[in-house]
Design a protein around this ligand. Structure first.
Ligand code: GDP
Length: 452
């Protein structure tokens, strides 16, 4: 960890591009002196804490004005990072902001790494780790439910639940360790019963929190559903029908490729990426071979595959070939064009099918329910956002608690019970970062935006 307390970091905190307002953010011991120099030095009145001052932002030598706007000064420790922070809020001009950034660096600041402001907020105890992660989740939210869940985590909903259980776990550990100190004298049945009861109670609480965290992590990750099927069965019609029915996210998804059609919809609060693998055919040239390779990768990453087939032609050899080629994992056969037939054709044995018409919309309700069930999350009812890291920590905590209960029940050495409880507590504390977690910090904060 190359965290230098002495450093002053600077970044453009607003998104790239033109806009009404552009913010340069400084944090660290030199933040005030650098900002003061940019605001005209000793010739203008000093910035007062938490007051909005109108200022001209100058080049270093005060020779030219780069922009003007509002300067805000937050003395340590009452700032986002816990260090002295100054924000210069000018116009959203990429060139003016770049000049200000250059000037701030020339005056001694260092360009901040992605997430470095939040990392400092964590290191200075302004946010715990789960809250800092929630900042990034809120920024990257693509549905209202995701944003609400992330905001709840940022407010501490998840951390408080974790801390509450952690406190009880430490009490139970103290109880178990009392058994070590008094090993010569028997502390009695009541003592052993209290440990047994505590283990059962904590196990239940962790199991419940784990379920919520799994939901929160699924919500934060979003879903991916891939459509496969031979040409003309109605894959793109089905994508369009789903996008019309569910609220669709219209912003372009980065990395969209020409051979894979993507659409993002929101299913009960959960953003779901729908991908049409039109390229999944026999390669005739190199470009198509590349498309097929991508389609295969995408199929492997899908949480659910919809194999679309044409109800008016029934199951064809080509459908069978595609089915056999699909990777293992949840899938449904979609009998499309139900409007052309009186009843859906026979589905291959062992396969789950849904019959619908992309054209009339009949059967889309059943598909909606099936998608929600397969993706395993009710986005609108997640109490907080979480990540795979949190889920793994809770699983490990639960595993240790179960081990502790088994050992206690079998009358194993109290040292072993206490050791498992200690490990359970460490796993739990890694969620909020109340223990030594240096090795995971780089991993977490590098995925933030610059300036956050
Ligand atoms: P894709 O090649 O699998 O993406 O298939 P398309 O979505 O392009 O559809 C192929 C043809 O089937 C088009 O002429 C669509 O209008 C038609 N089609 C798609 N869905 C339906 C449906 O539910 N009913 C009927 N009658 N025609 C459909």
């Amino acid at each position: 960890m190359d965290y230098h307390q002495g450093d002053t970091i600077v970044a453009i905190a607003t998104p790239p591009g033109e806009g009404g307002i552009g913010i340069l953010r400084l944090s660290g011991p030199q933040a005030l002196s650098i900002a003061t120099a940019l605001c005209g030095g000793s010739k203008v009145k000093p910035l007062m804490p938490r007051h909005a001052h109108f200022r001209r932002f100058h080049a270093r030598d005060s020779s030219s004005v780069i922009d003007h706007g509002i300067a805000l000064y937050f003395p340590a420790p009452h700032s986002y990072t816990g260090e002295t922070v100054v924000e210069l809020q000018g116009h959203g001009s990429p060139l003016a902001l770049a000049s200000l950034l250059t000037e701030a660096i020339a005056l001694g600041a260092r360009a901040a790494r992605a997430g470095e402001f939040s990392e400092r907020a964590f290191l200075n105890g302004r946010l715990d780790l789960a809250q800092a992660e929630a900042v990034a989740d809120l920024i990257h939210a693509r549905s209202d439910a995701q944003a609400r869940a992330a905001a709840a985590s940022l407010e501490g909903a998840f951390s408080q639940a974790v801390d509450g259980i952690h406190g009880q776990l430490l009490q139970l550990l103290a109880l178990a360790e009392a058994g070590l100190d008094f090993s010569e004298e028997d502390l009695g049945d009541a003592h052993e019963q209290a440990i047994a009861d505590g283990l059962v109670r904590l196990e239940g609480q962790i199991a419940r929190l784990l379920k919520q965290a799994q939901q929160g992590a699924r919500l934060a990750r979003g879903g991916r559903v891939v459509l496969a099927g031979r040409p003309n069965v109605g894959k793109s019609s089905l994508m369009n029908a789903l996008a019309r029915r569910e609220s669709a996210i219209v912003t372009a998804i980065p990395g969209t490729t020409r051979d894979l059609l993507r659409e993002e919809i929101v299913l009960d609060g959960l953003p779901v990426e729908l991908i049409d693998t039109a390229g999944l055919r026999v390669a005739t040239d190199a470009v198509e071979a590349e498309g097929i390779a991508r389609a295969r990768n995408i199929l492997h990453s899908a949480q659910l595959i919809l194999l679309v087939a044409d109800a008016s032609t029934g199951w064809q050899a080509e459908d069978e070939a595609i089915l056999r080629d699909l990777p293992a994992g949840p899938r449904r056969i979609i009998w499309n064009k139900l409007d052309l037939v009186s009843a859906p054709p026979d589905t291959p044995a062992g396969e789950a099918a849904i019959a619908l018409s992309a054209q009339t919309g009949a059967g889309l309700d059943a598909l909606h329910r099936s998608l929600i069930e397969a993706l395993g999350v009710q986005g609108d009812s997640c109490p907080f956002s979480a990540r795979r890291r949190h889920v793994e920590a809770l699983e490990s905590c639960l595993h240790q608690l179960v081990a502790a209960r088994d050992m206690h029940r079998l009358g194993d050495a109290p040292e072993l019970v206490a050791q498992s409880l200690r490990e359970a507590a460490v796993a739990l504390a890694s969620i909020t970062g109340r223990i030594d977690v240096e090795d995971i910090l780089g991993e977490i904060f590098s995925r933030f935006c610059i300036g956050k």
